[in-house]
Each structure stands twice: as C-alpha cells, then as structure tokens.
Design a protein around this ligand. Structure first.
Ligand code: ZN
Ligand code: ZN
Length: 222
C-alpha cells in the first residue's frame, strides 16, 4: 500500500463538517467514492473519516455534558455485510479501545452522506460507555450531532444506505453444487445460457437463475 496522500483531502476534518464546510467535506468524500473503490481504498477512506470527525464529535458530546471519551480505535475493517452496516466492538478486557467495522456496500458513488452517518453512528458508540448501547445518552448524542453537524444519524439505518446486491442487481445465479452466488444487472450470457458455463468455485455446471424482485424496505443494524 502506498503512503497516504489522500488524508490531505480532509485538511480541516471535522471543522469542515460544520455548516460552512459541509459541502466541501461531502464532495471530498464523494470524490473518493467514484468508480469502484478497492478494499484498501474503502478502509483508508473509513480511517480518514474517523480521524477527521472523531475528535470533533467527542468534543461536542463532552461540551454537552455527556460521558464521552473517544476510545483508541485499534482496527477498522470492511465487511461484506448486507444486514449489518457498521459495528463497534469494545473488548470486555479493555474498555479503552474498540474495533470498528463497516459494510463495504456503503462505499459507492452518491452515498457520501449515508456513509458519514454510519461512521458517526459507530463513533458515537466508540465515545460512550460500553453499556450504553442505543440508550438515552446515545439518543441525546445522536440528536446533538445531527443538529450541530447537519447529520442524519439514526438508530437503524435505512436499507437505502447500502448498495445491496439484492436491491441493485436483477438476476441471481446460484451454483446448486456449492451454493456460490453471482449477481448480475442485466440478462447477459450467463443468465441466458447458464448451461454453457461452469462455476468458478467448484467447476460444476449446475446453475440456477433467479429473477430478483424488488424487496420491501427493511432496516439495517448499526
Ligand atoms: Zn459451484
Ligand atoms: Zn448502534
């Protein structure tokens, strides 16, 4: 991985998120969501967002009298989660640190706002006592940050926050031998002539094609 020149894209971090710099911050984030960000680029962006808004978030919460202390973030992971958009794990043995994880499906063009909201949601957990969960102080903190930073943090994120394979793609091809799943936007060759192809994972020719129906609105956990 190259050194990290992109951190400079958030020169004033959290300050930018406040009213005046909001658009600038969002567009800097948006720029990095363009194309298909690679896994390490997603992780780098998540880290940069955390570094940019974490300290400011902690300051706002503390000033309002909330028992906030930003833990040391020992790892940031990008997951394949489609039900869980983000998580903050605090080890029982050491309350001074935490591990954050974000669904890779949050990182797509046009989704800067929703991504920042999920990052802020997990940072709120990272600041508050481990027993807090989505309790009273969490709700107070959420309302405060939404008001001061123009965010839309929620207890449960809208399903639209992530690009879900099942909502974006229209065809699912399942290998009945190994259960490997492939998603397609259009009825391409594999969808139309599955018998001509072999599964990349198990080598068998046992595809079943499904048409994906638009699923009803659900909420994801954060
Ligand atoms: Zn297979
Ligand atoms: Zn939560």
């Amino acid at each position: 991985m190259p050194s990290n020149p992109q951190t400079e894209m958030f020169p004033r971090g959290g300050v930018l998120l406040a009213a005046s710099g909001r658009r600038e911050f969002l567009s800097a984030t948006e720029t990095r969501l363009r194309g298909e960000p690679l896994l390490w680029e997603k992780r780098l962006l998540a880290r940069d967002l955390i570094g940019s808004i974490g300290p400011m978030l902690e300051k706002i919460l503390r000033e309002a009298g909330l028992p906030a202390r930003l833990r040391r973030i020992v790892s940031v992971r990008i997951t394949r989660g489609v039900r869980e958009y983000g998580s903050c794990n605090i080890p029982k043995a050491d309350d001074s640190e935490c591990r954050l994880a974000f669904s890779g499906h949050l990182f797509f063009e046009g989704n800067a706002e929703a991504l920042i909201d999920v990052v802020a949601h997990e940072l709120l957990h990272a600041c508050l006592p481990s027993r807090e969960g989505h309790g009273v102080d969490f709700h107070r903190g959420m309302a405060l940050l939404n008001e001061k930073l123009g965010l839309h943090i929620q207890v449960y994120s809208e399903k639209s926050a992530i690009r879900q394979s099942e909502s974006l793609y229209r065809y699912k091809v399942v290998c009945t031998a190994c259960r490997n799943e492939f998603y397609y936007l259009r009825a391409g060759a594999v969808v139309r002539h599955p018998s001509r192809y072999r599964c990349a994972k198990c080598g068998k020719n046992a595809f079943k094609v499904y048409r994906i129906l638009p699923s009803e609105k659900e909420k994801g956990s954060v």
